[in-house]
Design a protein around this ligand. Structure first.
Ligand SMILES: *Cc1c(COP(=O)(O)O)cnc(C)c1O
Length: 392
């Protein structure tokens, strides 16, 4: 079944819910049992057979199970778990595998709050980290130590959009007995299949394109067969949970994700191409754009692009000119997060935070999320901003 058809028909079996095509929203903490035998049988089903059973609200309900199974199926993983946020998915996927004394490798282009967690909480737990240049590929081998147990990748990188050679990195990691975790949020479960490229665990900020409407937070952790028990044990042992109404919103968003992404992709590429032709622009960082950094790897490994990319201006535009550019944008509102129906802009400066891969640009940089608006309106908004930038 193609993903588009699966999203309409495969997420649940309506006959399980009286014919309704959406799963009911179970609000449950307490789950009661008919008798002692029932309780014991369900306990065995959950812990030994590892099947989806109602046991206690924290461990999921049919609302949760439907979304978890759909996401695992779409991405080609063994199973998925939902947690409260994308960041919780990132930190849990790391913490599940490490112990005091371990060393991990983390991409220098990783999502900022993931880096913060590695530098604070993990460091306090005596897990050390080396940040690696995301474009290293197989040369990452030189960074492994006998204590290296995990590689955390994100491709393309947050804000800076470097592509990584994931199969090459996974090959080296596995040779050293390390697991590979990827933050696959940008590609969604549709456009990059991590488990076909050697990844062990994939995480998503479901908050972005899965929820798709900027109204709920959600994290997803999907694993291959070998990593499942380790992740499941960690997530259950630490009491992670996603609330039923948020899970329902994510399930509802997921149904239209493929069709939304078609538009994000098309408008995003058109606007990236238009920006690349502007005299004020030094570089467009969109791996789906021919000629942009990382495009060859994107073409080799990915089947599509979402609507998020960055732009670096030529040097020489000062703070006031840049403020005039950003402040009066009408359709690109200034805000964090992305993946909803609306366009967004976010200035950034990675130069202070990149120990391994120095930021090569001197001009002002900003990230765009291209939403579902008409692309002509978005281009007109940017055109007016460029006029303000150059003082016309
Ligand atoms: C937003 C984001 C996260 C965190 O998701 P939240 O749900 O906001 O915690 C993690 N990784 C990437 C790449 C993100 O863009």
């Amino acid at each position: 079944m193609s993903p588009d058809t699966y999203l309409s028909h495969g997420v649940i079996d309506p006959d399980d819910f009286g014919g309704a095509v959406n799963p009911p929203v179970f609000h449950a903490s307490t789950v009661t049992f008919r008798n002692l035998d029932d309780m014991e049988a369900r306990g065995r089903a959950m812990s030994v057979a590892d099947t989806d059973v109602m046991w206690y609200g924290r461990k999921g309900t049919p609302t949760t199970f439907a979304l978890q199974n759909a996401l695992a199926q779409l991405e080609g993983g063994h199973r998925s778990l939902l947690v409260s946020s994308g960041l919780a998915a990132c930190t849990s996927a790391i913490m599940a595998f490490v112990k005091a004394g371990d060393h991990i490798l983390v991409s220098d282009s990783v999502y900022g709050p993931t880096r913060h967690y590695v530098e604070t909480v993990l460091a306090r737990c005596n897990v050390s980290a080396t940040f690696y240049d995301p474009t290293l590929g197989p040369d990452i081998a030189a960074l492994f130590r006998p204590t290296t147990t995990l590689v955390f990748a994100e491709s393309p990188g947050s804000q800076t959009f470097e592509m990584q050679d994931i199969p090459a990195i996974a090959k080296v990691a596995h040779r050293h007995g390390a697991v590979v975790v990827i933050d696959n949020t940008w590609a969604t479960p549709l456009f990059f299949k991590p488990f076909e490229h050697g990844v062990d665990v994939s995480v998503h900020a479901g908050t972005k394109y899965i929820v798709g409407h900027s109204d709920a937070l959600m994290g997803v952790i999907t694993t291959n067969r070998e990593s499942w028990n380790t992740v499941r044990e960690y997530v259950f042992a630490t009491g992670q949970h996603a609330g039923p109404d948020d899970v329902y919103l994510a399930q509802r968003g997921l149904r239209t994700m493929a069709v939304r992404l078609e538009r994000h992709q098309r408008s995003g590429l058109a606007i990236a191409d238009w920006l690349a032709g502007r005299p004020e622009v030094a570089q467009v960082l969109h791996p789906g754009l021919p000629g942009a950094p990382g495009h060859a790897l994107w073409r080799r490994d990915f089947t599509g692009a979402s609507g998020l990319f960055s732009v670096v201006l030529k040097p020489g535009y000062g703070r006031e000119a840049f403020r005039a550019f950003i402040d009066d944008l009408k359709l690109f509102r200034l805000g964090f997060s992305w993946g909803g129906f609306e366009s967004l802009v976010m200035p950034f400066d990675p130069s202070e935070k990149r120990p391994a891969a120095a930021w090569p640009y001197a001009g002002q940089a900003f990230r765009l999320h291209v939403g579902l608006e008409a692309k002509e309106d978005l281009i007109a908004d940017l055109e007016a901003a460029f006029r303000r930038l150059v003082g016309q």
